[in-house]
Design a protein around this ligand. Structure first.
Ligand SMILES: *Cc1c(COP(=O)(O)O)cnc(C)c1O
Length: 425
């Protein structure tokens, strides 16, 4: 079994003539096809909106693609809000799902009219003091605590997570906000990350729909939307079956028809804030083997490093690797594929069976389209790679240039440290 690449070796060889490795490459066709499938899967709900989680792939060119489908954006910081506003997303299409929120971020979110999702009950007096009156529509983040189980077992442990408020706090928050003039409420919850099952959203829906129904019944409040947030995952591993968004949409519809419709709540809008599912599989980190090292193990040194893709170093996450042009060769070599950071966790793969790799081979690191570039950092003074978009017509567009030494030192622009450094900047 093989994991498909969205480009061939021939295409990459051509791209490498204009753009040396390492670089991130995104597949516009894949992103668009998936966006259409998501829209279709939830088309039964007239108010449906996907708010793309900006942190997954915060590139304006990508955000503009999603805007074409009527999607919104999910932001958690000043910069994410600012770019969304700049790109012309309508205020109601900007969700502000933050936590531990600084006052100036609330002020800015309120100023641009973003939908505010309160992470905690204490943020209500904080907002009132720091910002002022509440908008007419407010969202609240719920954390059911305990462990979260669905039919195929325990999925995660919300009781250990810092997000959201308890059920009692949520009821109290609605009560308080109603007295302060809030007219419409949204309920939000994010319980499990990277689920590779079609059951997560439907199960979460049942939890949130029941909660919304009791809020409506007990407090008489108007619930205008339920936000299922992120968590729909990607089949990073070869043995995983990718999620089927149509089946997920149908599962949510069933829960909706079972729980909300009988309560007379058939006009509640469903929102999602998927990041990983929207772009993860449609990105690859393209890197070249530049060194081979044999000590107690076999190492392949590539020209990318954890600065470009931190997930393996941070979570020991698996990213499949294809050696372009060697797809048919036997996987009869065992390598650690490493980057150049002075950190022993800078390894894209450990003890990975791969075909024999020669210096100059191009490695395609799969599924880096979400939480890839954006999670990168500048440790060791390593500079971040560019981002390229493979357009539907096969051409390639630079959508973020490579970082330079000048970028790295740009926060020293108040002094003369850069004078005379033109040669390296
Ligand atoms: C990270 C995040 C998302 C997106 O999560 P994915 O796993 O990428 O789908 C959505 N909403 C919130 C509030 C988040 O923090």
């Amino acid at each position: 079994m093989r994991k498909k690449t969205f480009v061939t070796k021939e295409q990459i060889d051509e791209i490498k003539k204009s753009f040396p490795t390492p670089f991130h490459l995104y597949d516009e066709k894949g992103i668009r096809e998936n966006a259409r499938a998501v829209k279709e899967a939830f088309s039964w709900n007239p108010g449906y909106c996907e708010y793309f989680a900006v942190k997954a792939l915060p590139n304006p060119f990508i955000l503009n693609i999603f805007k074409e489908y009527g999607f919104g954006v999910d932001c958690a910081s000043f910069a994410e809000l600012a770019v969304s506003k700049q790109l012309g997303f309508a205020p109601e299409k900007i969700m502000f799902s933050s936590n531990d929120t600084p006052a100036e971020e609330y002020r800015y979110a309120a100023k641009i009219g973003a939908v505010i999702n309160f992470d905690d009950i204490t943020h209500i007096p904080f907002f009132e003091k720091e910002v002022g009156t509440f908008p007419e529509t407010v969202s609240l983040r719920y954390n059911p605590g305990g462990v979260y189980e669905i039919s195929n077992g325990i999925m995660d442990n919300p009781g250990d997570s810092k997000y959201g408020m308890t059920k009692e706090q949520l009821f109290e928050a609605v009560r308080i906000l109603m007295t302060k003039g809030v007219k419409h409420f949204g309920i939000h919850s994010f319980l499990v990350s990277n689920t590779v099952t079609n059951d997560y959203y439907p199960a979460l829906s049942r939890t949130l729909f029941s909660l919304a129904a009791s809020l409506h019944k007990d407090l008489g409040c108007d619930i205008s939307f339920i936000n299922l947030s992120g968590g729909v995952g990607v089949a990073y591993r070869l043995d995983q079956t990718p999620n089927d968004i149509r089946e997920i949409g149908a599962g949510v519809k069933k829960a909706y028809d079972d729980i909300l419709v009988p309560q007379g709540m058939g006009n509640v809008a469903i929102y999602t804030e998927m990041g990983r599912f929207m772009t993860g599989p449609y990105g690859a980190l393209i890197t070249t083997a530049i060194h081979k090292k044999h000590i107690y193990k076999e190492y392949i040194g590539v020209d990318a490093c954890a600065v470009d893709l931190m997930r393996p170093a941070m979570y020991n996450a698996y990213h499949h690797i294809t050696v372009l042009g060697k797809e048919e060769e036997p996987l009869d070599h065992m390598y650690d594929v490493v980057g150049s950071l002075c950190e022993n966790n800078d390894k894209f793969a450990i003890d990975r069976s791969l075909p024999k790799i020669d210096i100059g081979d191009t490695l395609y690191i799969h599924d880096t389209g979400a939480h890839g570039y954006s999670m990168g950092y500048n440790y060791n003074g390593k500079l971040k790679s560019p981002e390229l978009l493979l357009k539907e017509d096969g051409s390639v567009q630079l959508i973020r240039r490579r970082e330079t030494v000048r970028d790295y030192f740009s926060t020293f622009d108040f002094c003369d440290i850069l004078d005379g450094m033109d040669e390296v900047c």
